[in-house]
Design a protein. Structure first.
Length: 334
């Protein structure tokens, strides 16, 4: 006589064993699913951190308005500019957008469209709608910019042009000026030696005639005439207007990346006046530089932050080189 299966907790032993087996399979399935999910999450995070997150980092902030690195790269590629020059350009654009309304300067969407149509038309007298749309699609495709981004650039360009015109019309005809002399030599040490000779009593003008490489001013003893504030580059302005009459500056490199044997200037101011009538040439130069000089002065009133390190610069250059084989010495495959 066969025996019925042994019961445990009121269930047949075989049924109980089957339940345990099913639970183990279910538990194994759940654990496997969790592991797969974790792996996918890790891969997703890795993909995000490697391919998405870097492009969303903030590289410039001006008064709370941020510019992401993906936009920065698109603008740098579009302009064919260096990263450093693009930092300055985008900062200036933000300041212009912030301040233009306070001067009553604005640009409408219709004016942006008109400017785009003018650019698309080129030297032609007319352009059809289909031709314009094809041209505009090409601009977006080549620049990788969105429609809104591209139109914002055009609007900012119009703001800048109108602000330049506004400021140029208001350049005063009287300005602070210095009577400036220079000596140009090759080598930092030679510049130091010449400055020491001036300190011992030799005339700056005599030394300029003797050693200066500046052919325009050498015959006149280094005399550059009266120079108003704002005509020269900002770094030179700050030097010459800080000098006292008769004082000679420290050697000033004329190259962006100076070397020991590169060209250096010695600058000397013989006279200073707080207000002097501008000659026509200086007035026109100040009008041309009106926006640039305004930006130099205006920037101090804005909070500007750069998240730009040597690692960031290298990463940006790498991104730019991907679509620019000449940057890496590579040639495209036919």
């Amino acid at each position: 006589m066969s025996q019925s299966p042994k019961r445990i907790d009121g269930k047949p032993a075989i049924s109980k064993a089957a339940d345990i087996s099913r639970r183990r399979r279910r538990t194994g399935f759940i654990i496997g699913a969790v592991v797969i999910t974790i792996i996918l999450v890790i891969l997703g995070v890795g993909y995000y951190q490697s391919y998405i997150s870097p492009f969303q980092r903030i590289i410039i902030t001006v008064d709370g308005t941020s510019i992401r690195i993906d936009y920065f790269i698109k603008r740098t590629r579009m302009a064919g500019a260096t990263s450093i020059s693009m930092l300055e350009a985008l900062t200036s654009e933000q300041i212009i957008k912030i301040k233009a309304p306070s001067y009553g300067i604005a640009v409408s969407p219709e004016e942006v469209t008109q400017e785009l149509r003018t650019a698309a038309r080129g030297s032609s007298t007319t352009i059809s709608e289909s031709e314009f749309q094809a041209w505009y699609r090409q601009q977006l495709n080549e620049s990788k910019l969105s429609d809104a981004e591209f139109k914002e650039i055009v609007a900012t360009s119009l703001l800048a042009a109108r602000l330049q015109e506004y400021l140029a019309e208001r350049v005063p005809t009287v300005a602070e000026q210095v009577h400036l002399y220079d000596i140009l030599v090759n080598g930092y040490q030679q510049a130091q030696d010449i400055k020491a000779r001036v300190g011992k009593g030799e005339a700056f003008a005599d030394l300029a005639r003797e050693v200066s490489l500046d052919e325009q001013s050498k015959a006149g003893g280094g005399d550059l005439g009266w120079v108003p504030r704002g005509v020269l580059a900002p770094q030179l302005n700050s030097i010459i207007f800080a000098l006292n009459p008769g004082e000679v500056s420290a050697p000033v490199p004329t190259e962006a990346q100076p070397t020991e044997g590169g060209p250096y200037l010695l600058l000397m101011v013989s006279e200073k006046v707080d207000a002097k009538e501008l000659d026509e040439n200086s007035l026109q130069m100040l009008k041309t530089r009106a926006l640039g000089n305004w930006l130099v002065e205006e920037r101090q009133f804005h909070q500007v932050t750069y998240n730009f390190t040597s690692e960031t610069a290298a990463w940006i250059n790498w991104q730019l080189s991907k679509n620019n084989p000449s940057a890496t010495g590579q040639t495209p495959t036919p």
